[in-house]
Design a protein. Sequence first.
Length: 188
Amino acid sequence: MKDPLEKVGHIIIKAIGEDPKREGLVKTPERFAGALRTILSGYERDTSDVIGDALFSTESTDPIMVLRMKFFSVCEHHLLPFFGECSIAYIPNGKILGLSKIPKLVDLFAQRLQVQEDLTHQIGTALQEAIKPKGIAVLMSATHLCAVMRNLQDYDSPMITSFRRGLYKDSPELYDEFSKAALQNARG
């Protein structure tokens, strides 16, 4: 076991009283390390890697919305998953971002140890810095297994967080239009 994460997996198995040599567990430390490296791969990239040269000029000033993108993350307090949907809206100010880059930006920050409040803010701030829109809003709805599995056991109460700047902060009507579209049939 050269990978320190494999050692951690082995230690966890032993610490809970299991036999790491049992047939079903022999390769678990290796699988654990690989899974964790994939799930937390957001540390290997930054926003410039994701955005690249996908900024384009536009004359449009109408809202752009990308709704209910699925995401998975890991709670930094309990190292357990949380998952849900992220919706983003912005009003261009001469620049738009290539559509495929928006979910990739969400994944970049979600694939790090997180709390949902910071995740929402990081996504919004990154987009705001990249495209400098007239307004931007990010709305996230998620179910946290650290709460569900440990004690709350309430599957139907997702956590909702938001980020609003510019016109989305100044105009409640504009934000209401976005949030209604984002939360319609939302699943946390």
